[in-house]
Design a protein. Structure first.
Length: 399
């Protein structure tokens, strides 16, 4: 015969630890008058908490979703209690807590690994990468809200099905292509993998998942298109500046972030006693040493005495990447270039039109671009092969 136990669950705010109007949320498990407390790792506004109902006040969607999360926690605690009873085991508040958490180990939520990642990776990830993670976080919580009607899930609940459901959800977002979907999945994967390595979960739900990227041809300017931009002069300063920055990148291979970060300290005398750029790639922290071609050097000299460059101690006046790419569309139209011109195309142009097409060995190009693997540079070599094939096809048609 099974023992009869008194059992209750109470959600409450620990007002003694309140700060800035917020207090941590706990679940109290009581069995036969003995208690065990469980932190839910959430802080709520005291004014929004209904102590009588043990739930958030209000009827907003956010409130409903959070209260639904509390119902799920309540259900899981009751399930732990019922599981002990069904096995005819001793039932105590502490055993229920241990069963709920997974043999006494912390049962972390998805938001826990997101918070941990944000806190501990901010010193190692560049700001652009951090922003990408924040965007992924936004879609994760939107997915939980719309498809699971909850504000959070435990890491132990993650499964292969959760991943493919999230993938399907992302594919229905407006203007999100396959590779962008895969990038979001990969960021989630990195965070879950971190949780697995820290033993926050017993198994990796991504073990059967394979990311499938679509290989895309790198867009670059032909020598004629590059020449058209170089020859064009603009009376409007912002357009002339954007054009000069773009051309500078075409002859150095530096990305937007790397160009904007250049200072006088990055200019050095190289092994050939000529001017070089010694820098470090913002994206990968890989050191790059680039001999400065005369066209790039002329642009540096042009802005040497510009007030903005002097005040900010940079080689060039700074401008946001968003504005820069917006103005490049204008420049493309004026120059008759029928391509979606972005600043990163300058880097592709350096790799293809300026270097590889002119016989610079791929090993040298890889060094100049700051690639950590030559296989990354080989993508551009394939583009050159495609160009050779197209040129030969036109020759075949002529003869």
């Amino acid at each position: 015969m099974k023992n009869t136990n008194t059992f209750s669950i109470l959600f409450w705010l620990k007002l003694a630890n309140a700060k800035n109007g917020k207090a941590p949320l706990y679940a109290r498990i009581t069995v036969n008058g003995r208690r065990a407390e469980l932190s839910l790792k959430r802080k709520l506004l005291v004014s929004n908490w209904d102590a009588n109902k043990n739930r958030l006040k209000g009827l907003s969607d956010e409130t409903k979703i959070f209260n639904n999360y509390l119902e799920q926690v309540h259900a899981k605690l009751y399930e732990s209690y019922q599981g002990l009873r069904d096995k005819n085991q001793l039932v105590t508040a502490q055993l229920i807590k241990s069963s709920f958490l997974g043999n006494g180990e912390n049962n972390h939520a998805l938001s826990d690994i997101i918070d941990y990642h944000n806190e501990h990776m901010k010193s190692t990830l560049r700001w652009g990468t951090q922003k990408n993670y924040y965007t992924t976080h936004k879609y994760i919580f939107l997915f939980l809200k719309q498809k699971h009607n909850t504000a959070d899930v435990f890491l132990s609940e993650l499964s292969y099905k959760f991943i493919i459901d999230f993938e399907r959800f992302l594919r229905h977002q407006k203007s999100m292509g396959n590779n962008t979907v895969m990038k979001h999945i990969e960021r989630l994967r990195k965070m879950v993998s971190l949780a697995f390595k820290m033993e926050w979960i017993d198994k990796d739900p991504f073990i059967k998942f394979e990311a499938k990227y679509e290989r895309k041809e790198r867009t670059f300017l032909t020598s004629e298109e590059l020449q058209a931009i170089e020859n064009k002069q603009f009376n409007i300063f912002r357009l002339q500046l954007i054009k000069d920055l773009f051309v500078f990148s075409c002859y150095t291979g530096l990305s937007y972030g790397d160009v904007m970060g250049l200072t006088r300290d990055n200019l050095c005398i190289g092994i050939d006693r000529k001017q070089w750029i010694y820098s470090q790639r913002e994206k990968t922290d890989v050191a790059v040493k680039i001999p400065i071609l005369s066209k790039a050097l002329g642009i540096i000299e042009k802005y040497r005495t510009h007030p903005t460059s002097i005040n900010k101690e940079k080689l060039f006046p700074t401008i946001s990447n968003q504005k820069l790419n917006s103005y490049l569309k204008e420049i493309a139209d004026v120059c008759g270039i029928n391509k979606n011109l972005t600043f990163h195309i300058a880097r592709h142009t350096f790799a293809t039109t300026v270097t590889l097409s002119n016989g610079v060995p791929i090993e040298t190009v890889s060094k100049l671009l700051g690639h950590s693997k030559i296989t990354t540079t080989q993508i551009y070599a394939k583009v050159i092969e495609r160009k050779v094939s197209n040129d030969m096809q036109r020759l075949e048609e002529l003869i």
